[in-house]
Design a protein around this ligand. Structure first.
Ligand code: HEC
Ligand code: HEC
Length: 347
């Protein structure tokens, strides 16, 4: 009887410690593969953040006068109240034109290795100059943007404060610098997964931990890792199996258009999966609205495996823990036009 109890206790103890060891081990493995989102923006070499620059960057981010129509701001397509996206398959810009790709989130974008689905802009500053000029987005040009900003006395004053000592501070590049500084503050720390990585094992439920385990064991973490659980490298979309033509349209060859190297055909930057629950639809084509469907496609396209509904459900439960505290951004009051401010070009 005593022996029996000892055995039972022994088995129970080893089972418990087995579970505990497994959980410890999972947390350690996760800590080796992912990093929590930090609370503070990184420091840029050559573009130091100052309160004036941050204030200016925020105003510019929300100012539709960067667009030729006076209607479209960065926030139109990267709505900071909607997880930094626009909930469109592909973005709608100047004159209601539909662009070719889905808008990735700006939240935590500063941690991506490079910007855009194909990584064609090396950082946020370079990136910010793109949409202002893209005809299907804001359809403006640098001269007209500078003319607009210079026509507004309050902007001239803030540019002068943000870029002290410069003779002519209102420039297109300085616009991009200020926007970069603001964007770098759009971080989402303290989600359940961040708390788990920082040591709180209870921050993830048993199901979410199973999802994390599957995510690592099945091989998702090979491409989606680091702070952003992605955003760190380039991979073919369709490593093992070609995704359906609608999901990976033939015309968009991805990184090939940047490098002109045959092996880069249909190569895209693995997107960050931070806040992925908030930013449907998915993939560069935006053709998939359901996260479990996107996960299943990843299984077959990237890994050659068929995830069953239970597995996909657990992985989605884990992905939901990547939603962090959303940045609270107070909408800026924008300075008024002057009589010389260019008018909307949208007729
Ligand atoms: C009309 C919609 C639209 C507007 C306006 C717009 N964007 Fe975008 N943005 C997009 C789309 C679409 C992409 C992806 C394009 C691509 O990869 O080729 C993108 C990509 C980005 C990225 C890259 C994110 C990543 O993970 O690669 C950043 C950052 C960004 N935009 C910031 C801005 C800023 C700053 C502005 C304002 C100056 C702006 N956007 C205006 C639609 C828009
Ligand atoms: C070989 C690298 C690789 C592997 C392995 C991989 N992915 Fe991806 N993932 C990518 C790339 C590249 C994209 C972008 C595809 C596109 O739209 O062009 C992507 C896109 C996604 C998206 C869409 C995100 C968005 O915002 O549009 C999700 C969700 C996703 N992956 C989850 C997973 C899961 C879950 C696994 C494991 C079952 C996985 N991935 C395995 C590279 C990979």
């Amino acid at each position: 009887m005593v022996l029996e109890r000892l055995i039972v206790v022994g088995v129970a103890f080893s089972m418990m410690s087995g579970v505990a060891l497994g959980a410890d081990d999972l947390q350690k493995r996760a800590q080796g593969m992912f990093k929590p989102v930090p609370h503070a923006a990184p420091v840029f070499k050559g573009n130091k953040a100052t309160p004036a620059k941050l204030q200016l960057g925020k105003m510019l981010y929300f100012d539709p006068r960067l667009s030729a129509s006076n209607l479209i701001s960065c926030n139109t397509c990267h709505n900071v109240g909607l997880g930094g996206g626009d909930l469109q398959e592909t973005s709608v810009g100047h004159g209601w034109q539909k662009g070719p790709r889905n808008a990735p989130t700006v939240l935590n974008a500063v941690f991506n290795v490079a910007q855009f689905w194909d990584g064609r802009a090396k950082d946020l500053m370079e990136q910010a100059k793109g949409p202002v000029q893209a005809s299907v987005e804001m359809n403006n040009n640098p001269q007209r943007v500078v003319e607009t900003l210079k026509s507004i006395p309050e902007y001239v004053a803030i540019f002068t404060k943000a870029f002290p000592g410069q003779k002519d501070p209102v420039t297109f590049d300085n616009m991009a610098r200020a926007i970069e500084v603001f964007e770098a503050t759009l971080l989402t720390p303290d989600g359940p997964f961040d708390r788990y990585l920082k040591g709180d094992r209870k921050a993830l439920t048993a199901k979410e931990q199973e999802g994390l385990r599957l995510f690592m064991d099945k091989g998702c973490g090979a491409c989606h890792n680091g702070v952003n659980v992605g955003g760190g490298g380039y991979f073919p979309f369709g490593v093992v199996e070609k995704p359906a033509g609608e999901i990976r349209p033939v015309a968009d060859t991805g990184r090939f258009k940047v490098t002109h190297t045959a092996s880069d055909e249909y190569v895209f930057r693995a997107p960050s999966l931070r806040n992925v629950d908030l930013t449907p639809p998915y993939f560069h084509s935006g053709k998939v609205w359901k996260l479990d469907e996107a996960v299943a496609i990843m299984g077959s396209a990237q890994l050659g495996i068929k995830l069953n509904n239970d597995e996909a459900g657990k992985i989605v439960a884990f992905l939901d823990t990547l939603t962090g505290r959303q940045p609270k951004v107070e909408y800026p009051i924008l300075p008024p036009n002057s009589p010389t401010t260019p008018q909307s070009l949208l007729q």
